[in-house]
Design a protein around this ligand. Structure first.
Ligand code: GTP
Ligand code: MG
Length: 151
């Protein structure tokens, strides 16, 4: 089954959005298989956003991500990477449709409350960066027989 890495950024945690963001993924039918609050430090955050290292906003991005605890999660389900990005909305919240997380809770691209992996391959890399194998659970969600026609 497909997995994605979703992280509620420091502004999302501080603004009390952990519950509402988790609720959107839960209510869609996805399964939470790992979760923790972490402040991993700049070096780790620079690895996470390594692809953006040359961008002018990179130092500000790292400072933002290092400004408080992050709620790191792994969600599982059919096409969860792509669908997770749709739930998040566009990178720039001003371009995000209402009904999306960023479209409902954010304004500034530099304070867009939540991260989601952009491809299956990056999801696998990010999961390996943020989680130990022992932190990832495995269970049958009782609702799955109702969420999927063929599980
Ligand atoms: P993530 O889910 O956080 O990875 O966002 P994304 O995949 O929608 O966008 P991207 O990976 O390109 O950028 C990562 C993060 O850098 C964004 O979520 C923003 O917080 C920040 N960012 C991206 N572009 C800009 C920009 O033009 N200005 C500023 N200030 N921040 C930016
Ligand atoms: Mg990204």
């Amino acid at each position: 089954t497909e997995r994605t890495f979703i992280a509620i950024k420091p502004d999302g945690v501080q603004r009390g959005l952990i519950g509402p963001i988790i609720t959107r993924f839960e209510q869609r039918g996805f399964k939470l298989i790992a979760i923790k609050l972490v402040t991993p430090g700049k070096e780790h955050l620079e690895k996470h956003y390594a692809d953006l290292a040359g961008k002018p906003f990179f130092p500000g991005l790292i400072e933002y991500m290092n400004s408080g605890p992050i709620c790191a999660m792994i969600w599982e389900g059919r096409e969860v990477v792509k669908t997770g990005r749709i739930l998040l909305g566009a990178t720039n919240p001003l371009a995000s449709a209402p009904g999306t997380i960023r479209g409902d809770y954010a304004i500034d691209v530099g304070r867009n409350v939540c991260h989601g992996s952009d491809a299956v391959e990056s999801a696998e890399k990010e999961i390996a960066l943020w989680f130990q194998e022992s932190e990832i659970t495995s269970y049958k969600a009782s609702q799955f027989d109702w969420v999927y026609e063929k599980p």
